[in-house]
Design a protein around this ligand. Structure first.
Ligand code: ZN
Length: 95
């Protein structure tokens, strides 16, 4: 017999999105339900937190992609859509 463990989350399970400064690795947690906008500058080292540009001009910037992602999560939370996302979760080892 083969057992398979799969883990799913719904948009409502996602409470916050964490992003990290490339320079100093300070982390910032953006709450999905109260999200207004991204921090443009790292509060720790004043470096650029999220890129406002992208080398490939056919793609949106990192900042725009993240803004849209969080906005979509917020939008989906209030809908009656049976949407679940499968995530890669570690399986506890057997003892
Ligand atoms: Zn920093």
């Amino acid at each position: 017999m083969t057992l398979e463990q799969r883990t799913f989350i719904s948009p409502g399970d996602i409470l916050a999105v964490e992003y990290e400064c490339d320079a100093c690795h300070a982390r910032y947690l953006a709450q999905v339900s109260t999200f207004k906008d991204l921090l443009g500058q790292c509060p720790n080292c004043k470096g650029t937190f999220i890129s406002q540009t992208y080398a490939d001009t056919s793609k949106r910037t990192d900042a725009d992609a993240l803004r849209h992602f969080i906005a979509a999560l917020n939008d989906l939370r209030g809908r009656k859509v049976a949407l679940r996302l499968e995530i890669n979760a570690p399986v506890p080892s057997k003892r």
